[in-house]
Each structure stands twice: as structure tokens, then as C-alpha cells.
Design a binder for this molecule. Structure first.
Ligand code: IMP
Ligand code: MG
Length: 183
């Protein structure tokens, strides 16, 4: 299974079992913290869909989900910190305890912009849950994740929703891409 995709993987960072343990742990914490609240999980497409699908099933509370899609303005190597909304949320945020679900917190520039924008819509509370944190690359120092699955080193990771050139999102574990694929 997955022989073709796995050929491009240099090493496995997190196996499917390790990911499953991380998700269970996050789900337990979120279930405890959001008792009696009005939880709305917001996923920023596309990288976080696999994480979102697993995380929501590990939360033992009533909650709602919503999605948004954005694209960053910039010249390709630098992000300007401004994002364009491609698909907005369906729900009005007033009264919700918002939990933004992200695949990876890297520079933090995109998430910083999105968090501030959503804060302006008057949710009751707003927090961030990221599957991966790459703290070495942080530019937006104000952004901290309230829930972190695990910390990863400064390497380009793929799988479990994360892409290289829009590919490898369907790899069921987290890996590092072979250098020859992108060099
Ligand atoms: P930033 O935090 O504004 O720099 O943007 C984070 C986004 O960059 C993520 O949502 C991913 O789409 C992408 N990204 C950052 N690091 C990686 C990686 O190692 N592999 C795949 N995508 C990444
Ligand atoms: Mg991406």
C-alpha cells in the first residue's frame, strides 16, 4: 500500500499510530476545556482538512464546524501578511467559542492576519489549535497556539494534509520529502 507515494519520502516523522495518540490527547484536552461552551471549529483550507476530520471525531461535545479558504498576497518568497478571502465562513461568529484548526504554524503571518480578522467579528472567545508547530521559523511573534499537537524541526514536511506543490496531502503519515523531488 502507498508504495508509489512512499518512494518520495526521505524519512517518517510521525507514524499513523503516533498521530492517532496526538489526536486523542488533543481531543481530551479540548473536550475538558470547552464543556459548557459554544464550540465552533474553523478550518482553513486545504492543509488542515485531514487533521480537522480526525480532531472533530476525538472531541466528545456538541460542536459545529465551518471552513474558509484564503490566499496570501506576495511575490512568492515573501508573504505580505495580507490575505485575500477566497471562501468565507458560512456562520455568523457572534456567541461562538471559536477554535481555529490549522495544519502547521510556520511563520505565523497568515494565521496572525486571520485571527485578527475573525476577532473583529465578535466571537465570545478565539483560540488556535495547530497540529504542528515549527517555532524556529516564527516571524509573527504575537501568535501563539493554545493547543499544539507536536513541535517539528525546520524541515519541509508532507502528508496528513500537508502538501508539496499540492501533492502528498493523502499520505496517511507525516514525512520529510526527498531532496531530489524539489531540488
Ligand atoms: P505561515 O505560518 O503564514 O508561514 O503559513 C503556514 C502555511 O504554510 C501552512 O498552512 C502550510 O500550508 C504552509 N507550510 C509551512 N510549512 C510547511 C511544511 O513544512 N510543509 C508543507 N506546508 C507548509
Ligand atoms: Mg500549503
Amino acid at each position: 500500500m502507498m508504495v508509489n507515494l512512499s518512494n518520495d519520502v526521505e524519512k517518517v516523522l510521525l507514524s499513523e499510530d503516533e498521530i492517532s495518540d496526538i489526536i486523542k490527547d488533543l481531543g481530551k484536552r479540548i473536550t475538558e476545556d470547552y464543556k459548557g461552551k459554544n464550540l465552533l471549529l474553523v478550518s482553513v483550507l486545504k492543509g488542515s482538512i485531514v487533521f480537522m476530520a480526525d480532531l472533530m471525531r476525538s472531541i466528545d461535545l456538541q460542536c459545529r464546524i465551518d471552513f474558509m479558504a484564503v490566499s496570501s498576497y506576495g511575490d512568492g518568497t515573501k508573504t505580505s501578511g495580507r490575505v485575500k478571502i477566497i471562501k468565507d465562513l458560512d456562520l455568523d461568529l457572534a456567541g461562538y467559542d471559536l477554535l481555529i484548526v490549522e495544519d502547521i504554524l510556520d511563520s505565523g503571518v497568515t494565521l496572525s492576519y486571520i485571527k485578527n480578522m475573525l476577532k473583529g467579528r465578535g466571537p465570545r472567545s478565539i483560540k488556535i489549535c495547530t497540529f504542528l508547530d515549527k517555532p524556529e521559523r516564527r516571524i509573527a511573534k504575537d501568535i501563539i497556539a493554545d493547543y499544539i499537537g507536536t513541535t517539528v524541526p525546520d524541515e519541509f514536511v508532507i502528508g496528513y494534509g500537508l502538501d508539496y506543490d499540492e501533492k502528498y496531502r493523502n499520505l496517511p503519515y507525516l514525512g520529510v520529502l526527498k531532496r531530489e523531488i524539489y531540488a
